[in-house]
Ligand binder design. Sequence first.
Ligand code: NAD
Length: 359
Amino acid sequence: MLVTGGMGFIGSNFVLYWLDRHPEDRIINLDALTYAGNPDNVASVCHLPNYRFIRGDISDAACVQRIFREERIDTVVHFAAESHVDRSIADPQLFVRTNVLGTQCLLEEARRHCVTKFVHISTDEVYGTLGQEGRFTESTPLAPNSPYSASKAGSDLLARAYYETFNLPVVITRCSNNYGPYQFPEKLLPTVITRALQNMPIPIYGNGLNVRDWLYVEDHCSAIERVIRSGTPGQVYNVGGGNERTNLQIVQNVLAELGKPTSLIQFVPDRPGHDLRYAIDAGKLRRKLGWQPRYTLERGLKLSVAWYLEHGSWWRKLLKAPSPDDPAAAPDTADSSGPSGTSAAASVLSEKTAKGGGT
Ligand SMILES: NC(=O)c1ccc[n+]([C@@H]2O[C@H](COP(=O)([O-])OP(=O)(O)OC[C@H]3O[C@@H](n4cnc5c(N)ncnc54)[C@H](O)[C@@H]3O)[C@@H](O)[C@H]2O)c1
C-alpha cells in the first residue's frame, strides 16, 4: 500500500491505525516533509520491516515511477496535500502544484501499474458553503471558494476522469473537519489547546459563528478502511460526524475542558471568502458500507485535550515553545486582551500559524 502524506496529521494517524490492524500488510509512506510533515508522528512504527518511508514529492514523476516499480504497489491512499486555507490565500500556486499536479502524477503511475484501488482523500470544502439549512450530499455541485478547496476540487475531477477515461479504480472520500492527535498546531483545535495551555490569547475569525462538522481522526481512518475494502470504484463517499458546532462553541468547550477562562478569546478580522457553514450527509457511507463513527464529539474532545496535555514535547518542539519547567516559559498571567503579554514563542505562533484558527 502506498500512503502519500503519511507524516501529516491524518496520514500518520492512518499509518498507525492500519499497521496496528493489518500487521501482514506493507506500507510505503511517501512524504515530502513540508512544514506539516513530522517523522515523530510515526516513530513507533518506523523500525517495522513492513514499513518504509520515502522522502519525495508526489509531483516528481521519476520518484513516483521508481516507487511503483520497486514496490509493486497494489493500493494507493492519497492524503498528501497542502491543506491550510490561510496558506492557500498567501500562495495559491503551491496548492495547484501539489494538490492538482501531484495528484495527476500519482493517478498516471497508478494507471500504468494497474493498481486495484486508488483512494483519493478529499474534503467537504469542495462543495463550498451552506446557508443555515441543508447538508452536502455526494451529488451537491462543487463550488469551492478558496484556492485550497479549488485545488482539491481540481484533484477530485482528475481522479474522476481517470476512472471514466482509463477505468482506474478510484474512490473519492470527502470528509468534514478532523481533529485528534498529531494535528499541526495551525488548525483550530490544536491552536486553541496549545495556546490555552500557554495562557495566550486565542484568535477567532469574525464573530466565531462559522459552523463546521467535526470528526475524530480515528473515525476518519475507519471510514477509509471501509472504502479500501468495499468502496465501489468511481464512487464518492462523504464522511462526517454529524457534529455541527460553531467555531466559538468548539473553543468554549475546549477552554471548559482545560479549566481556562473564555476571556482568552480574541476576535480578529474575518478570513476573506470564509465559508459560513459546512454540514455533511454521510448516509451513503453508512448505508452502503456499514460505517459509523465510534466517538461522540464530547469524548473525542476529551481524548484530544488529554493527548495534547500528555504530549507537550511533541507540540512544543514544533512551536519552539518553552516547556513549563523552563524558567523562560510564558508566565501563567497572560493578558487576555491582546498579544502584549505573550512570550517570544507566542509571537512566532501568532505570525506563523494562529491567524484565527483556520480550518
Ligand atoms: N484536516 C482535515 O480536517 C481534513 C478534512 C478533510 C480532508 N482532508 C484532506 O486530508 C488530507 C490530509 O490532511 P491533513 O490535515 O493530514 O494534512 P497535513 O497538512 O497535516 O499533512 C499533509 C502531508 O502531506 C505532505 N506533503 C505536502 N506536499 C507534499 C508533496 N508535494 N509530496 C509529498 N508529500 C507532501 C506533508 O509533508 C504532510 O506530511 C489532505 O488531502 C486534506 O485535503 C483534511
